[in-house]
Design a protein around this ligand. Sequence first.
Ligand code: HGY
Ligand code: MN
Ligand code: MN
Ligand code: MN
Length: 412
Amino acid sequence: MSTVSLSRLDREIEELAAISAHPAPAVTRVLFSAEDLRAREWLTARAKDAGFRVRKDPVGNLFVCWEGSEPCLPAVATGSHTDAIPNAGKYDGVVGVLGGLEAMRQLKEAGHVPKRGIELIMFTSEEPTRFGIGCLGSRLMAGTTSPEEAGALRDAEGRSLDELREAAGCRGNLGAVKLSTGAYRAFVELHIEQGPMLEEKQIDIGIVEKIAAPSAFRLLLKGAGGHAGAVLMRERQDAFMAAAEIALLVEKAALESGSSDTVGTVGVVEVRPGAINSIPCDVKLEVDFRDTDREARDRALARIGDGTHALCRRRGVKIEWQVLNQDPPALCDPGLVKMVEAKAVAAGFSTSRMVSRAYHDSLFMARVCPTAMIFIPCFKGYSHRPDEYSSPEAIAKGVEVLKECLKELSLQ
Ligand code: HGY
Ligand code: MN
Ligand code: MN
Ligand code: MN
């Protein structure tokens, strides 16, 4: 990879990182926030500077298009996301978007003439921060989420997707987001591993064979509340103590699932009224629960469900269980996996096949076209933290492999 483009890409990662709701080194860019909109404008300008056409769909998925000599052929796509959860880093998703743009620019600058088009997709809302569900853009593209379900979503302030997307200039019927089968020849996503394996084993390129099955649910617990001094312990219906017991049950179910890939996280806890001398009467918990094995995950979820309802009965706490998502895992296309591996070996890079424990838009693109993921190492596997880091050299290797895959696929 030429040093010019390496520094260009590095500079752009820094420029995009500066578009954040929180000061460096943190990056926060929540769906349809001012920062998200500025990032979209910035990316559109970079793509147009490179001579590509840009379009967006009604939910704000952004498409950077390079038309092929045979435009009737389904394009080959790459892409990822630029939205970022609060207090995140500068590489999650961004490496796949800016690395994909860099791969396209390098092909163009080298005089490549694609037969089928090449498209870079910046997916709307890969992160669940705004509406509690991740991959909203790719779910709608894959038809996993219906326009009606998406239209019913509300954020913490009660704002709807329609209200926010229109304010962002994304108009049109959400039904138009859904891709027809065969819309793309292939989809290849470049992403940091968000785990420690590649760095620990000093491997340049991870080739993802399977993407874990994510699930998320929200629990609304209602207790009796009351005076912290006057209500005796045996008379309490304390919503927070029920929540605390549930959180430990989530951990226990993950640890005892029989699968080392089962992970459970209680990432959101809200307690009301939130006064030191008032027994919590309303608690909201949001739980993220995953495994690469769907059956192991769902067995553990059933255990959490049974245990939760039993302890809430015992404690006299009412519970409302809202499933946010419960998705199957995705398998990457074996032919594309072999291609990624062959390109990496041809470039002299070390490789390892692996699973992705994080979910990605690839999880849903795999439902509409052959899909593969290219992983690169990141510092100690850190991600969703300000000290997330991947070196320019590691990124360059990922871009090199992606570029060669896009080149070959665009000539098929
Ligand atoms: O949570 C995830 O796996 C992704 O990074 N949104
Ligand atoms: Mn993420
Ligand atoms: Mn990501
Ligand atoms: Mn992801």
